[in-house]
Design a protein around this ligand. Structure first.
Ligand code: PMP
Ligand code: GLN
Length: 409
């Protein structure tokens, strides 16, 4: 076939793609689509809208760390890193867990470096979830969870988080567990809701996982982005250590989302199975970036405190603007996302609004229903997520633009 003809013919998704990756990746015309983040960023670029959709900061992370990557490249750190990551970064991750949480992890056998948290999540799920197993998550859930659970062939079971506080009902949590619950996949602080789960909720998850023999995979990429509440790593709770794989990443803490350096820690036997899978996903990830992030993790407490303080101010600027625009605002305790209910403006379909918002007022956001299965999508149908990891002036401009929405609907 002529190459041009081939390209202009849309490829229909194969049946396995539909079932494995879920409806959220299907475009309105039924073709296999892109993630909501890609869709909304493309729309923002096309319309010149302020992009409060995909979560990435508009200011790069510490200059010293960026310089360290440049220096590493100049010094010749340009070939494959060891599959489990360079020793300097594994040691830095171990020191970080000890320094912030008093957790002791052996850098040689209990830590691996991944290509972003995304790869850690994929490798951990693919190592442990099989057809016939169930994987439990809260809902809404970060989009890659649904896709990878689908690819693993396991069944995705969810427990709803409902506005305004997005806390799970503990009886519903207990009822969702059974003897097939192989993995509980937690995310704390939680994307997209901004919830930070208190100790009693996390302990209940640990106790239920212990009772049912489940492994806990916990995605804590927003661990340093909490406002007025301390982050509790699941692995630090009684009964959790032996069954928990903890995942984090440099992207959020250091405002370096494009570097895709992540890591994972846990008991050696659990981590070694994940490492086996990880070898066949990427083998290893960017050597000079690993060296630079090893330095980043050693930054003093003032750096980490400063990140959270600056973000809290940004949260407040945007939240005030969203309230003034007429939305119900659900103030997050962590992450850099704030969720709103658009229903007070008469909106019933957040996905439709998100697709129109850039052209209407010049701001892009993410509809919360895309982080849900069908029932959850109904429940969250009027919710939108806005990212506030942007310069204060940009957030103020976005707030002004959103204030004009009411008159344009
Ligand atoms: N988990 C959550 C909850 C996220 O929000 C993100 C998005 N950045 C990731 C994982 C992916 O992290 P990374 O960019 O390090 O792969
Ligand atoms: N984690 C980012 C968010 O939730 C997006 C990452 C991505 O584009 N996959 O906005």
């Amino acid at each position: 076939m002529h190459p041009a003809r081939e390209l202009s013919t849309p490829l229909a998704p194969a049946p396995w793609q539909r079932t494995a990756l879920g409806a959220n990746l299907l475009s309105p015309d039924g073709s296999l689509g892109v993630t909501i983040f890609e869709e909304m960023t493309t729309l923002a670029l096309q319309t010149g809208a302020i992009n409060l959709g995909q979560g990435f900061p508009d200011e790069d992370g510490p200059a010293d760390i960026r310089e360290a990557a440049r220096a590493a490249i100049a010094a010749g750190a340009n070939q494959y890193a060891p599959g489990k990551g360079i020793p300097e970064l594994r040691e830095a991750v171990s020191a970080h867990q000890e320094r912030f949480y008093g957790l002791s992890v052996d850098p040689a056998s209990e830590v691996i470096i991944t290509t972003g948290a995304t790869e850690g999540i994929a490798a951990a799920l693919l190592a442990y979830a099989r057809p016939g197993d169930e994987v439990l998550t809260f809902e809404p859930f970060y989009d890659s969870y649904g896709a990878i659970i689908g690819l693993s062939g396991a069944t995705h079971v969810t427990v709803p988080l409902a506005a305004p506080d997005f806390m799970p009902d503990l009886d519903a949590l207990e009822a969702a567990f059974n003897e097939r619950t192989r993995v509980v996949l937690l995310n704390n602080p939680h994307n997209p809701t901004g919830a930070v789960f208190p100790r009693n909720v996390l302990q209940r998850v640990v106790d239920l996982a212990a009772r049912h023999g489940s492994i806990i995979i916990t995605d804590e990429v927003y661990e340093h982005l909490t406002f007025g509440v301390a982050h509790t790593p699941v692995a630090s709770l009684p009964g959790a250590g032996e069954r928990t794989i903890t995942i984090s990443s440099a992207g959020k803490t250091f405002s370096l989302t494009g570097w895709k350096v992540g890591w994972l820690s846990g008991p050696a036997e659990l981590v070694s199975a994940v490492r086996t899978v990880k070898q066949f996903l990427t083998y290893s990830s960017g050597t000079p970036f690993q060296l630079a992030i090893a330095q980043g993790l050693a930054l003093p407490d003032t750096f980490y405190d400063g990140v959270a303080t600056a973000l809290e101010q940004k949260r407040d600027i945007l939240s005030q603007g969203l309230r003034a625009a007429g939305f119900d605002v659900f103030t997050p305790q962590g992450t850099y996302f704030v969720n709103v209910d658009t229903a007070p403006l008469g909106i019933t379909d957040a996905l439709d609004l998100a697709r129109r918002l850039p052209a209407l007022v010049g701001v892009a956001a993410i509809p919360v229903p895309v982080f849900c299965h069908e029932e959850g999508a109904q429940r969250t149908r009027s919710l939108l997520r806005f990212a506030f990891c942007k310069k204060n002036a940009v957030l103020e401009e976005a707030a002004e633009r959103l204030a004009t929405l009411r008159g344009k609907l």
